[in-house]
Design a protein around this ligand. Sequence first.
Ligand code: BTN
Length: 263
Amino acid sequence: MLGQDSLRSLAQSLGIEAVWKDETRSTNADAIALAEGGAPDLTVVAAGHQTAGRGRLGRSWEAPPGSSLLMSIVLRTDVRPERLPLVSLLVALHLVDACHDVLALSAALKWPNDVVVEDRKLAGVLPEAKVSGGAVDYVVVGLGLNLRQGPEDFPPEIRLGATSAALEGADVSDAAECDLVTHFLTELSAFEPGQPGWAEAVVESARHNCVTLGRDVRATTLDGGAVEGRARDLDPSGGLVLDTAEGARVVAFGEVQHVRPAG
Ligand code: BTN
């Protein structure tokens, strides 16, 4: 497991601020509190256990103590509010890269920002942003990466659709976890949304890594509605373009179920 000393030393080497908690309610809540207090870009909060972990769409995120990488990062960027989905897409893509490069997992992106191995969910990303006066004040991105869980560590209702790095045969030693965090944060620290073409580059990279494209999906939108169709593409804002019986439809936010196996 990551801990106080290893987090401090990797943060020092990257020149960023980091806070370790053996136990907390939610690292996203902690990071938001730090951001409200003026914490700088790339401030990291990581924990060994969460007692009120938050998932997407108002769900909870639960993991046994020491089983997972539980980490939230404060991002201060000049990105326009309508481009926030691209920021979480970018974070998920960096996590895919780190799982691939460091843990040698065949990790991929499931729209909008899950990391999967052959359709089994390995990690989730939860963005929470503060927008004031039409501008982004900060974004907190939290990630929960299943590292050491066995099948019985997942609740029965998600067991079949979930996996961990250990279950996929990866090295889940403390050293491997530190290398993964270093790889991920190093890539993330190169993020400069002001650079021309960054948004196009994120979408292009997502197109190459997204296992949702080409699949028949049922998309649940934030208002609880459902749309079915074949996922054809990503639009310039990172929304999912679906071919439905009624024509093309873009789902900007929400989540999808793959309703037909890959291939
Ligand atoms: C999802 O529902 O797929 C996103 C889950 C994100 C969970 C992580 S764990 C660390 C951070 N703190 C939280 O409370 N949630 C995120």
